[in-house]
Every structure is written in C-alpha cells, then in structure tokens.
Design a protein around this ligand. Sequence first.
Ligand SMILES: [Zn+2]
Ligand SMILES: [Zn+2]
Length: 350
Amino acid sequence: MIPGVMEAAVLNKPMDIELKQVPVPGIKEDEALIRVHCIGVCGSDVHYYEHGRIGRYVVEKPIILGHELAGEVVQVGAGVTNVSVGDRVAVEPGVACGRCEYCKSGRYNLCPDVVFMATPPVDGAWAEYVAVRSDFLFQLPDGISFEQGALLEPLSVGMHAMIRGRVNPSDRLLVTGLGPIGLLAIQAAKIYGVTEIYATDIVPFRQDLAIEMGATAVINPAKEDLKERIAELTSGRGVTVIVESSGNGRAIPDALTTVNRGGRVVLVGMPAAKEIPVDINTIIDGEIDVYGLFRYANTYPSAIQALGRSDIDVERVITHKYALKDIQEAVEVARTEKETSIKVMIYPQL
Ligand SMILES: [Zn+2]
Ligand SMILES: [Zn+2]
C-alpha cells in the first residue's frame, strides 16, 4: 500500500530545514513512483541550504533538496514499459524535453526545458517517495547496491568530464580538488583506461582516499610546487589533461599553465568569482583546449556497467550515513566537516 502522505525534508529558507508531512506525489502516465532507499547530500544541496541560491537559481519558496538517489519502483503509470514494480533503480535527476535541438543531438544536459531535481523551483527527493519519468530510471543489476546506484549521479559528472576532455588511455591526467566529484573523476578516469592519474588537494584525508581510489600520486599544492612535482612524477613528460574540480579561483589559471602544450583542461568546479584573469597567450600558442561542463548526458548505462568491475569502488566516498529525520545534522556535517566528510548519505526509510 502506498500511503497518502510522507515525510520530506523541506528547506524553508537558508539554514532552516525541517521534516514535514507532505502528500506522496501522484504519477503521470509516463512516470513511476520510487520509494527512495538512499540519497546523497550534494555540494549544491549544501550551497542552497547555506546561501539560498546558486547563480541564477534562487530558493524563493520552500523546497525539497536532494538529487543523488536510488530506490525501488512501487507504482508505474499506464504507459511505462521499461521498469516494473519491485525493480531496483537508479534515478537520473534531470528530465529533459526530448524534443529540442540539444536533446535530439544527444546533449540533453543543455536542454532549456530540463526539469532538474532540487534546482529551484523543482523539488528534489529528500523524501520517502518521488515520481520520475520512467526513461530516466535505470535498473540496477544484482550485485549493484542502492548506494552505488545513488553515486551514479556524481560519478556521471566525472564520466562526463572524461567525455568532454576526450580522455583516453594514452593520457596522463591531473585532477585538481578531491571532493566527491574529484574523487569520482579518478574512478571515471580508471573506467576510461587512464593509468597515470595525479591529483591535488590540501586535506590529508582526501589525499589518502584518492590513492585508495586509484590515484597514482597526490600533490599538496600548498606545500609543493605543482609543476615541479608533476615534472618529477612524469619523468618530465607532464600531464595532457587536467580536470579542475576544486572550484578554487587560482586553480584555473594554474591549470592552463600546468597542462602540456596541446593539452585539454576541463572546468568542473565553479569558482566564486565570475571573472578570473588567465594567460590567453598560453591558450592560443599552446593550443590548449578548454572545456566547460554542465552535469552530464547519456552516462548512466555505461556507468552502471562499470560499477560491476572489481577495480571500481565508488562507495568509498561515503563517509557518513543518516536517517532522514537527522537531515539537519547530516547537512551540517557536509557543510562544516570538510576535513573528514566526503559523501553524506541519507536513508529516508529508516
Ligand atoms: Zn550532485
Ligand atoms: Zn530538450
């Protein structure tokens, strides 16, 4: 039996999150109702919680956050054919129109009509149930956990960074910044066959985790000279691709002057400053390719396959687990304990 009401964590205004009884969402013909098993706390959720806005997206009325989830199908609309009641699924949280030029060319992450969970005014899924259009649901094979399913979302950002940067096994890659996205970009690089993966961060816990998750070596940019260390580590060959995931304003100009000539720089982290001076000559005469990145597209099927590999272990990023009722504490941990927390996971059924 599906109840009429459910618990959901509602952000009333910045720093004010509250557990409320809300109606269980009804489903349309092409949607399925998902009982949420687990759902991550993303950096964007924390940002909305703390500041009430990210760029042009502003929290103007109470909103349910959360968009990294997996769960069980408990109800399907009449037109749904790809999933059935009882299926374990990962949810891709951005539902695109499917009709526009971007969607038709495969770049549906850029769809102007995309409805993305937990992006104001669209509700997310820090709740017991959520309704999702069924073509954005992906069955989890036996042996793939709900947690792995939920982590497909941030892993997808890492996968998309590899696609954007045309990363291949001949590359020597540097990932700057080891939050969840940076760490999962290391896993994505392994999926793409990269064997020399360097990383930077100033926090020892994150450095250690990066090594455990497949980094060849980690550099502390506060204590070591980045370019010198890279030259040492690569026997002078340098790195051919940099995935910048720190969002640190200085990391972007540094990436452009650190990558090899002819190299690629994928910008993932969003710096606080809108304008950052960079050495344009380096880009021009070095033939540096600079790529932006917005979410991801078409990554879930290949990412699910990769999760079955014994050398891929995305769950290592989970450092904390909380019941939905402890959402306030969970978000505070994610917000304030940057030295020891990576991915906080919420369990709405506990
Ligand atoms: Zn996320
Ligand atoms: Zn579209």
